[in-house]
Design a protein around this ligand. Structure first.
Ligand code: AGP
Length: 628
């Protein structure tokens, strides 16, 4: 949930002059800027340099610009090592004093933290008893004092971290820097992300690669319960038990420019426009020389895929709606029952899971704690887990038996857009892979499905280019205080995703539901002028649902609703009942969500913009929810 950055520059030169490859302060502030989407209710930095008796630091509540202004007014000294943090508050309100870093040992040690230390209260009582004075309400300050006490006893920051983490329960990524060792930063991770950036005469740490991708694309992912010590010329990994550890190096497959807005007004607008590429890239390279589909990293034998008798998709939010869309396709192609379960509900319902269950975990960040915990539960019950994830090197893929990466590139805006359409694409690839392995579909049938999918990026581009009409409609609805979304079959999860977008961006009450449910209660909500989106299946759809949904439009229109219809080009049946029509190109029934979602994304973004809201960082939200 929080953004974490660590940096060590070149060692001190023989003439004892500080000569880091880059200015630590700049590296950390640039890294925090790229991580601000992870949490932004306060930010802070701590610096170490030869000769400092105590660390230099600054921290401020509010967005990163507040910290930068603070530093402008009270400049910080040059340094050789630095750690920085953007926070999404869990323990203690978003105030200056609760911002990280937290200092201990009279300012000689600084700590930043992502996660929750669940036993902080008992540790704090122990420290207060020992005479420690606390300046904040956070669990992180407790960790800082525990690490400081271990450091005093060992004079070795790595060993101090190792001893300290043995006292903590909960989830944490911790970074620590000490005034006495200004060319070292130590990091520890348990159930929370931490990656290493490998430089030349400098090394980096980050809660994700965005922290350092502007400086190096050589990265190293850490395993669970590992401690990493970086100096300008070394990276050393140990396990919490002290045994040597080994990180897994990889090359980051996107560059710093991809992390910028590329001329768009917001990351969200940029990412909506990137969807054709994200879908195409997710499809790319998935077919081997023999025309067979292939997944990224699979340690599940084909015989296991042939033996599964149920699939459970676990995810949260938008990712769950992507899974709900995929359910229709996978059941239709593979004839396996597919359940969708919200990850945070999954393990508490005591699910029936065994070695014949395939659990599919969908997550853009690969760090959503609810989903990670559900993955662990499923594996404990003997299920095989395949994850569909966007962020390479993140925790969920590392704890899965197989992974299918969406190649959507970094999704910075909190509201998920290109990840959603890429997740559906990847889930369809999985469905086709299963149909191939289990023999439900002949290769030529899979080829035709793949061809239909490959035609989707151009159709998505067409829908995006029709966006101005959607925006004009959104602007006309600036004062709307409630909007309904109706859909059927694969349009039903799209309706719910459309409602979620409006909720999280424009802070408007919105509800998505199955159009068939209307007459069972919700129709009582219909009132004069109430905006109602209706996603209409193709008139060519063999589901027989087109006429039913057109009737639904009639029913709500007759009761005064303002009908906003998403329909396929040429569908004249909707014209007489629609106040607004957002046309989408024709496509196969199961692929319509990849097109129908686009106007809903654009609508929510434009309405939020019209209301003067921050579409990239909506209130109360964070890009990756790494606490349960
Ligand atoms: C979607 O716009 C939201 N940002 C949120 O619902 C998100 O989809 C959910 O938190 C899951 O995140 P993940 O895909 O990173 O696991």
């Amino acid at each position: 949930m929080c953004g974490i950055v660590g940096y060590v520059g070149k060692a001190v030169a023989p003439d004892n002059k500080v000569s880091p490859s880059h200015r630590p302060q700049e590296v950390v502030l640039e890294g925090l800027r790229r991580l601000e989407y992870r949490g932004y209710d306060s930010a802070g930095i701590a610096l170490a340099a030869p000769g400092m008796t105590e660390l230099a630091s600054a921290k401020k509540a509010g967005k990163l610009t507040n910290l930068k202004n603070e530093i402008l007014q009270n400049p910080l000294p040059e340094a050789t090592a630095a750690i920085g943090h953007t926070r999404w508050a869990t323990h203690g309100g978003p105030t200056d004093r609760n911002a990280h870093p937290h200092l201990a040992d009279n300012g000689r040690l600084a700590v930043i933290h992502n996660g929750i230390i669940e036993n902080f209260a008992e540790l704090k009582a122990e420290l207060v008893e020992a005479g420690v004075t606390f300046l904040s309400d956070t669990d992180t300050e407790v960790a800082a004092h525990i690490i400081a006490r271990c450091y005093k006893g060992t004079e070795d920051l790595t060993e101090a971290m190792r001893l300290a983490v043995g006292r903590f329960r909960g989830t944490f990524t911790l970074l620590a820097v000490a005034a006495e060792d200004p060319t070292t930063v130590v990091g520890a991770r348990h159930d929370s992300p931490l990656v290493v950036g490998l430089g030349d005469g400098e090394n980096f740490l980050g809660s994700d690669v965005a922290a350092f991708v502007a400086y190096t694309k050589d990265a190293m992912e850490l395993e669970q319960d590992q401690i990493v010590t970086i100096t300008p010329t070394s990276v050393n990994v140990i396990n919490f038990d002290g045994t040597p550890g080994k990180g897994k190096t990889y090359a980051v497959d996107w560059d710093a420019e991809a992390g910028d807005k590329g001329g768009f007004a917001s990351y969200m607008d940029k990412e909506i426009h990137e969807q054709p590429q994200a879908i195409a890239d997710t499809l790319r390279g998935r077919v081997d020389a023999n025309g067979a589909l292939q997944l990224d990293e699979v340690s599940i034998d084909e015989s296991v895929f042939r033996a599964i008798d149920q699939i459970i998709v676990i995810a949260c939010g938008t990712a769950a709606y992507a899974g709900q869309v995929a359910r229709y396709a996978i059941e239709h192609w593979c004839r396996i029952p597919v359940e969708i379960e919200l990850a945070h509900e999954f393990r508490y319902r005591d699910p029936i899971v065994n070695e014949k269950t395939l659990v599919v975990a969908i997550s853009q960040s690969g760090e959503t704690m609810d989903t990670l915990m559900a993955v662990r539960h499923a594996r404990e019950q003997g299920a095989k887990v395949l994850s569909i994830v966007n962020a390479q090197g993140s925790t969920i893929p590392r704890e899965s038996d197989a992974v299918l990466y969406t190649h959507a590139g970094p999704e910075i805006a909190v509201a998920s857009t290109k990840a959603f359409t890429a997740q559906i694409t990847a889930a369809y690839l999985l469905g086709m892979y299963l149909a191939q392995v289990r023999g439900n579909k002949f290769p030529d049938e899979i080829d035709s499905l793949l061809s239909a999918l490959k035609a989707i990026p151009a159709k998505v581009q067409t829908v995006i280019e029709r966006g101005e009409y959607v925006k004009a409609t959104a602007r006309s609805m600036k004062s709307a205080d409630s909007v309904l979304f109706l859909g059927r079959h694969v349009g039903y999860p799209v309706a719910m995703e459309g409602a979620l977008k409006l909720k999280e961006l424009a802070y408007i009450h919105a509800e998505g539901f199955a159009a068939g449910e209307l007459k069972h209660g919700p129709i009582a909500l219909i009132d004069e002028g109430l905006p109602v989106f209706i996603i209409v299946p193709s008139p060519r759809s063999r589901t027989g649902l087109h006429s039913k949904v057109v009737s639904n439009i009639q029913e709500v229109r007759a009761r005064g609703a303002r009908t906003l219809v998403i329909a396929e080009d040429g569908d004249d049946a909707v014209r007489q009942f629609a106040d607004e029509i957002f046309w989408i190109p024709n496509c196969p029934t199961l692929m319509q969500p990849l097109l129908a979602a686009i106007p809903l994304q654009i609508f929510a973004m434009e309405l939020a913009t019209t209301k003067g809201l921050d579409v990239d960082q909506p209130r109360n939200l964070a890009k990756s929810v790494t606490v349960e």
